[in-house]
Design a protein around this ligand. Structure first.
Ligand code: XMP
Length: 323
């Protein structure tokens, strides 16, 4: 019968046998899937695994620290953190178009990641032959992939690395659904904040700032987002909502009155949604007192934000993210 213990034991044995005395690398995104895949492979092969985490400066408050400290503490994994904030912000300077932002972030991410991979491969030690990926069963089905019996397939890597270098993929979560992955993560001792994490887009806060992405605007949005998350958690609503993007309308200003004077600040949008799979979504009917608390705290505690608005659009017609 299916138990998380069985899954872990089976995968650990399989991975050990496949990797032998070679090495593996794994990219961590801060999300649940890559974290659980990495923890599982770490359990199997220990220091033969190296993880790479690219900090693009578009993360939410505390997320990079969560990976750097809590994840490492829980797993003992060997981690290479690349601080690429400046590089990303430079590349994003002056760019407001959503698709262009996405393309730039994706392109820079691959460059930085491949550079880090190349450095690890150039290290002393056995060959790096394996790449770990947190592919889940729904991903396999969606991409028309096989029956899910094998957990390894060949993969050619391009750009930045020698042309003839070929990684074999380790995908230990290929037969699992999201809730099972969370159970495996819990069994492996990963922190609750990582295992129960709600979805977060790869381009991060970069696509939650309508307008140019700058360090100041990111800091501001990080503060507002942290308050919203804190209050939703305190109200016990984390399991009821799918996710709640907070969006900064950086190119919009509105007049307000705070303390003794007139302000001319930015609005932020709360976008709480309920969903099964993110394909469709409904706006969450959050209790008014929770909304009030979030609004009061954000306008009091985040300088330059003087208005909080609620997005009451379903998907379709709106997408979950604003960009
Ligand atoms: P939309 O905005 O298309 O979002 O309704 C659907 C879900 O996907 C997430 N999302 C992304 N996830 N990379 C990701 O890994 C991305 O570029 C990306 N864009 C959107 C979004 O947060 C929501 O859960």
């Amino acid at each position: 019968s299916w138990t998380t213990g069985n899954v872990i034991e089976e995968q650990v044995a399989l991975i050990r046998e496949q990797v032998g005395d070679k090495r593996a690398i794994c990219g961590l995104s801060g999300g649940v899937d890559s974290a659980v895949a990495a923890a599982l492979v770490q359990k199997a092969i220990g220091s033969q695994l190296t993880c790479v985490y690219v900090d693009h400066g578009l993360m939410r408050k505390g997320e990079t620290e969560q990976v750097e400290k809590d994840f490492v503490a829980a797993t003992g994994v060997q981690l290479k953190v690349v601080d690429a904030e400046e590089r990303f912000l430079t590349a994003l300077k002056g760019v407001s178009d959503p698709e262009e932002k996405r393309k730039i972030i994706g392109r820079e991410f691959i460059r930085v990641f491949e550079q880090a991979q190349a450095e690890i491969i150039a290290d002393e030690g056995p060959a790096v032959e394996f790449l770990v990926q947190g592919t889940l069963y729904p991903d396999v089905v969606e991409s028309g992939g096989g029956t899910g019996t094998a957990n390894i397939k060949s993969h050619h890597n391009v750009g930045g690395l020698p042309e003839d270098l070929e990684f074999r993929l380790i995908e230990p979560l290929r037969k699992l659904f999201k809730d099972e992955v969370r159970m495996v993560g819990q069994e492996l001792g990963l922190p609750e904040e990582i295992v129960q994490r709600q979805p977060f887009p790869g381009p991060g806060l970069g696509i939650r700032i309508v307008g140019e992405v700058t360090k100041d605007r990111l800091d501001l949005l990080r503060d507002a987002d942290a308050i919203a998350r804190e209050e939703l958690t305190a109200a016990g609503l984390d399991r009821d909502i799918w996710q709640c993007p907070v969006v900064l309308l950086a190119d919009v200003r509105s007049v307000g009155v705070q303390g003794d004077g007139r302000t001319y600040g930015h609005p932020v949008v709360l976008r709480p949604v309920s969903s099964e799979d993110a394909m469709t979504a409904d706006w969450s009917r959050l209790p008014y007192d929770v909304l009030a608390k979030i609004s009061t705290r954000i306008t009091n505690e985040v300088a330059d934000v003087n208005r909080v608005v609620l997005d009451v659009t379903s998907k379709p017609p709106g997408t979950i993210e604003w960009e």
